[in-house]
Design a binder for this molecule. Structure first.
Ligand code: PHE
Length: 344
């Protein structure tokens, strides 16, 4: 009888009671006409006479304990009920709406990651204007007047009579939404003397029809290092270091000869990162780079006889797509929370 009572009590206390119905069911199971304690009380008569008083007392003590537990449950249910009722004013339109925490946009995450790796090897960040003169976007970068990138079908120009505060143009000089961050190379070199090691992130614009890999607005990170005796080896090892830090030590980087008006020699850089799943299995073109063309150094009054440098420019979206396995660049701009929430 003793253990039976203990079992009944501990089972009762272990029963989940969150609603009035559950409370009633538990009560009936213990104290109702066929409840376990009622049945035991009824069975008292069958016990030997001398055992009855003690057994009776034990049953009563268990009933009291059960009763206490049932009352505690009752109170808990009542206060939970009250909380729900008190919680109701959440729907009061005069209260401020609960604001979910925002997250960092994946492009900003990737940009900051790249900048912090480059900062660790001495590249200081500078910001240039998104609207810039043809001089900085093209001419000082050794880009001839008939270069296809200068055509209005590639680059967005402002109407010729537009005056932009703070931007002083030569007579008849076009002003554009910059098509690349290379314009910042010129601005930095005009302001500072070598040696310099800078990186410039920012938004660029090209007249591209949107598809899975193009949008008319995108982001680049430009790098520039000018000093004595800078070589292609410095360029290659800087990019090797950057991409191994960013994408993992197994990442491979290769150079392919290319042409840019402002670097000589010029390269396109391909990446391979097998460990990044499907996107990493093949060589992917990732960015352009090269040794700063002597013509560019002359345009900013640097002496190409004593100075040399390298420059590179990479698309942030492209790297984010590889890093996160995103198959369509437009996901970065449509602000669908189902997409964005995966990065915060
Ligand atoms: N500006 C080039 C582009 O947008 C990239 C680049 C930057 C190439 C610096 C060489 C050096 O394609």
């Amino acid at each position: 009888m003793h253990t039976q009572l203990e079992v009944i009590l501990s089972q009762a206390r272990a029963t989940r009671v969150d609603t009035p119905a559950q409370l009633e069911a538990l009560k009936a199971g213990l104290l109702g006409p066929n409840g376990s304690l009622t049945v035991l009380t009824r069975g008292l008569g069958q016990l030997p006479k001398e055992e009855r008083p003690e057994a009776g007392q034990r049953i009563n003590r268990t009933k009291e304990a059960v009763q206490q537990y049932l009352e505690a449950c009752q109170e808990r249910i009542a206060s939970a009920d009250l909380e729900v009722k008190l919680g109701a004013p959440i729907s009061d339109p005069s209260l401020p709406a609960p604001t979910p925490f925002g997250g960092v946009h994946p492009l900003i995450k990737v940009r900051d990651e790249i900048l912090s790796i480059l900062a660790s090897i001495g590249f200081v960040s500078v910001i240039g204007p998104e609207i810039d003169r043809a001089h900085f976007c093209f001419d000082a970068l050794n880009t001839p007047k008939d270069h296809p990138a200068r055509s209005p079908s590639d680059t967005y120009y402002f109407p010729s009579d537009t005056r932009i505060h703070g931007l002083f143009t030569e007579k008849d000089e076009p002003v554009a939404l910059r098509p690349h961050t290379s314009s910042v190379q010129i601005r930095v070199m005009l302001e500072r003397q070598a040696p310099l090691r800078v990186v410039s992130p920012g938004r660029c614009f090209r007249r591209d029809t949107a598809d899975a890999t193009h949008t008319s607005n995108f982001h680049q990170i430009e790098g520039l290092y000018v000093d004595k005796n800078v070589s292609v080896l410095d360029l290659k090892s800087t990019l090797d270091y950057l991409f191994r830090k960013l994408l993992g030590p197994k990442t491979q980087v290769r150079f392919r000869p290319h042409f840019f008006p402002f670097t000589e020699p010029s390269f396109e850089v391909d990446l391979k990162a097998d460990h990044l799943g499907k996107v990493g299995q093949e060589w992917i073109e990732i960015m352009g780079c090269g040794m700063v063309d002597p013509q560019v150094l002359r345009a900013v009054d640097y002496d190409p006889e004593t100075l040399s440098g390298f420059a590179f420019g990479m698309g942030v979206e492209r790297i984010a797509m590889i890093l996160y396995g995103v198959e369509d660049i437009r996901h970065f701009y449509t602000n669908d929370l189902r997409f964005l929430n995966q990065f915060s």
